[in-house]
Design a protein around this ligand. Sequence first.
Ligand SMILES: [Zn+2]
Length: 82
Amino acid sequence: MTTTEQPTMEHTGVETATDDAQLATRTLSGLDRCDSCGAQAYVRAMLGGSELLFCGHHAKQHEAKLKSIADFWHDETHKLES
Ligand SMILES: [Zn+2]
């Protein structure tokens, strides 16, 4: 039995309210790169509508300054410890 279910990607322009929630819960992947050095990103911050990505190293460097002003701070550096 072939189930070719495809997610409906149609833009109705009605349900954009969920965008923020999706951004906030999106996890980082190996495709996400640190804005500073290009290493794999483990921290994602939203700041004034811009997405900032940092590796563990640069996240620590910028955390003190940015975390307080960022809209949110998504930290996956615990993945580095494993
Ligand atoms: Zn970096």
